[in-house]
Design a binder for this molecule. Structure first.
Ligand SMILES: Nc1ncnc2c1ncn2[C@@H]1O[C@H](COP(=O)(O)OP(=O)(O)OP(=O)(O)O)[C@@H](O)[C@H]1O
Length: 283
């Protein structure tokens, strides 16, 4: 488990990350969504401890290992896949013999291309080699920053299968950032929406349809199955999966108004183009 408490970053007076609170649990895949400049890559860098942030990141156990694919995968163009991975293993002081490197190449579907030079690989193959590098040492936390960037639909599906079948396991936390909402919704357990350096909503990724509207009579009760959102503190809104919302309708203590169905894309647009932000609950 990794806990972020009030993680913030200011650079030259600009807020890059704003008081991020987050709990990452092992066995789960998290999707990080947000527009260009929202702070997704910077959040990865705080987890990697490569930038000076304020706040705390608590890791249990504290020797959690991290694998990363951040920005464009960097390899030597004239070396083969296998040579690149061996070189990285020696730089990173990770004990990898030939059979474990071959195993990694098999996991990412590159075993037939292992003697190809990096510069000869397709974009999708390069990304998968980047994943193989990230997987070295079987990390507890895997950070994948836009792993489907530049991939065609087949490449995206390959990456999705790779995450679901080979990367996800009960002991690992996976955090994936992407601009591709469909991809993210297909492979993640939890969606994290970021805007202007702030985590504005965290929601279980259960369905493609979300119910959204205003909610009243929430002050004295805490509804577990809805996420409350505030818009400039004028009104309280809610967001819930369709199934949960149908259960909630039976509870007459709550009044829901202006309810509409939103696709993930519509939800994203609404969150990014308004002041909506998740309300902290009093548990
Ligand atoms: N080294 C740096 N110095 C100053 N500002 C930076 C630095 N790196 C990033 N930023 C700024 O931090 C903000 C967040 O950038 P970041 O790369 O984390 O966003 P992102 O959500 O990953 O965006 P994208 O979707 O384009 O990858 C941006 O405004 C960016 O200009």
């Amino acid at each position: 488990m990794i806990t972020l408490k009030n993680v913030s970053l200011d650079v030259n007076g600009n807020t890059i990350l704003k008081s991020i609170n987050l709990e990452l649990e092992k066995g789960k895949v998290y999707g990080l969504l947000g527009p260009n400049g929202a702070g997704k890559t910077t959040l990865f860098k705080t987890l990697l401890n490569t930038i000076n942030y304020k706040g705390d990141i608590l890791k249990k156990p504290d020797n959690i290992t991290i694998g990363k694919l951040i920005e464009y995968p960097a390899f030597y163009p004239n070396l083969t896949c296998i040579e690149n991975l061996k070189l990285h293993a020696s730089y990173a002081d990770i004990d990898q013999d030939d059979s474990s490197i071959n195993y990694l190449l098999r996991v990412v579907g590159l075993v037939d291309a292992k003697q190809k030079k990096f510069k000869e690989l397709s974009m999708g193959m390069k990304q998968r080699l980047g994943v193989a590098k990230a997987l070295m040492g079987s990390p507890d936390l895997l950070l994948l920053d836009e792993p489907t960037n530049g991939l065609d639909p087949m490449g995206m599906k390959d990456m999705r299968d790779l995450v679901e079948k080979n990367l996800k396991n009960k002991d690992r936390i996976i955090l994936i950032s992407s601009h591709n909402l469909n991809e993210v919704s297909l492979i993640t357990d939890t969606l994290l929406f970021m805007r202007n350096g702030e985590k504005i909503l965290e929601i279980d990724n259960e369905e493609d349809i979300y119910m959204y509207g205003k909610v009243q009579h929430i002050e004295n009760n805490v509804k577990k199955d809805i996420t409350l959102l505030e818009d400039n503190k004028k009104d309280t809104y809610f967001i819930a999966s369709e199934i949960k919302f149908n259960d909630l309708l039976a509870d007459k203590d709550f009044i829901y108004k202006d309810v509409q169905k939103l696709t993930l894309e519509n939800l994203y647009i609404k969150l990014m183009s308004s002041d909506l932000i998740e309300v902290k609950r009093h548990a």
